[in-house]
Design a protein around this ligand. Structure first.
Ligand code: GLU
Length: 452
């Protein structure tokens, strides 16, 4: 075997840290994957010789660019935008765009790396990418957001394409922003192609794309529970976040007979012991999306609820199942232990890497049903993949067809996790299963291409 960083796990991680100084989120995501992959490739010399993991953990390219825009007072503002194209071995780069002040190159590199595994797990032909800007949409007027999206696309358009790289939404980027970006893409290129997903239904979007991430996470949870002879009905669920993923996860839990008792945002969480019913979820959707309100207002609107401020997180509320649906590193080791102590037996991540590395180790050691985001939140990008197919075929599928496809894709991901994550005693390590299944598909494609 040639001398390489693949000789041992610690040496590999040290190399990743050295090559990516100050990029803690990226190092964290690579470490979590490498812990499982080193075990798997221990006796598979072809992956070592071809330096596969080392290559997947080095993005194909990172494009960084200036985004200038003018605010409503006439001031010139300057933001930094990026597109990270991590790997296109199994299909065009695919992944969302995030607008949030916390966006850095490290955050987008971790997300593009995760997306590579997630997209492979869906079984659809999509590579991994991610983009965004350190732009804070909060408090901005619609005109300011439009000008920012147009300026962002004025650079991004030269790096993307229906067969090259297909961005979508993520935190801070929903249907409205996709509309502004698609409009600008079309204006510059004069091309009407499926270059973005999450589009409006009138201009090439797909039914159920909005619901898909949250619903998919609950379908995955259902699959996990079923493997232990259980069901969502009657389960008490703690959910973090109150955006698109959280509200649709809550909606599906309620539809299946479960009880949702929390939602949150960056200021804190609401605890509603009576249950957050469909009516209340509808109120949250309108309040957060159309009124751009805070979750604290829920406790004013619904007297059964209490608000816990100061950025408090909901993991101390007793529950059977937990769905972290807000953002990365929102659940640490101590909070993971609290969840276990209070009786939580299943965790399905709706966000990307919401559990930090300590927390992942706690859940793995406790041998609970624990699904990492790359498996359980893949429903969103999966329906994006179906949107790409519909655009290429220039047709639209019916809602029932898409619902069935989403359920099948989530079951397929669950099966792939079982294939590589089940140990001799029957226990399933979903993190390991997802990492290995995602890796193997991408790695085998890379082996076929030789040294490129
Ligand atoms: N941003 C979502 C994710 O994290 C969806 C990406 C997409 O639809 O391309 O998977």
């Amino acid at each position: 075997m040639p001398a390489s960083d693949h000789v041992d796990l610690n040496g590999f991680i040290e190399g990743v840290k050295r090559r990516n100084p100050g990029q803690s989120e990226f190092v964290q995501a690579v470490t979590e994957v490498a812990e499982d992959i080193f075990d798997f490739i221990g006796d598979k010399v072809q992956y070592h010789e071809a330096q596969i993991l080392r290559r997947i953990a080095e993005p194909d390219r990172v494009v960084s660019f200036r985004v200038c825009w003018q605010d409503d007072n006439g001031n010139i503002r300057v933001q930094r935008g990026w597109r990270v194209q991590n790997n296109n071995s199994i299909g065009p780069y695919k992944g969302g765009i995030r607008f949030h002040p916390s966006v850095t190159e490290s955050v987008l590199k971790f997300l593009a790396f995760e997306q590579t595994f997630k997209n492979a797990l869906t079984g659809l032909p999509m590579g991994g990418g991610k983009g965004g800007a350190n732009f804070n949409p909060k408090g901005k007027s619609v005109n300011e957001i439009m000008r920012f999206c147009q300026s962002f696309m004025t650079e991004l358009y030269r790096h993307i394409g229906a067969d090259i790289d297909v961005p979508a939404g993520d935190i801070g980027v929903g249907g409205r922003e996709i509309g502004f970006m698609f409009g600008q893409y079309k204006r510059i290129t004069n091309n009407f192609t499926g270059v973005l997903t999450g589009k409006g239904l009138e201009w090439g979007g797909s039914l159920i794309r909005t619901e898909a991430t949250g619903y998919g996470a609950v379908y995955f949870l259902q699959n996990m529970l079923k493997s232990r002879g259980q069901d969502v009905a009657g389960k008490v669920a703690v959910i973090s976040g109150s955006g698109n993923v959280a509200t649709h996860a809550a909606e599906k839990i309620v539809a299946l007979g479960g009880k949702v008792v929390t939602l949150s945002d960056s200021e804190g969480f609401v605890h509603d012991p009576d249950g957050i019913t469909q009516d209340k979820i509808d109120w949250v959707k309108t309040h957060k999306t159309h009124r751009r309100g805070r979750i604290s207002d829920y406790a004013t609107e619904f007297k059964s609820a209490t608000f816990h401020g100061g950025g408090a997180r909901p993991w101390g509320v007793p529950c059977d199942v937990a769905l972290p649906c807000a953002t990365q590193n929102e659940l640490n080791g101590e909070e993971a232990r609290t969840l276990l102590k209070n009786g939580c037996t299943a965790v399905a991540e709706g966000a990307n890497m919401p559990t930090d590395l300590d927390g992942v180790h706690v859940f793995k050691a406790a041998r609970i049903l624990y699904a990492p985001g790359k498996a359980s939140n893949a429903g969103g990008v999966a329906v994006s993949g179906l949107e790409m197919s519909q655009n290429s075929a220039r047709m639209s599928w019916k809602e029932e067809e898409l619902q069935t496809m989403l359920k099948d894709i989530m079951s397929g991901i669950h099966d792939r996790c079982l294939e590589y994550g089940r140990s001799a005693d029957g226990h399933v390590d979903y993190v390991k299963g997802a990492n290995i299944a995602g890796f193997k598909k991408v790695a085998d494609a890379m082996l076929a291409f030789g040294v490129v």
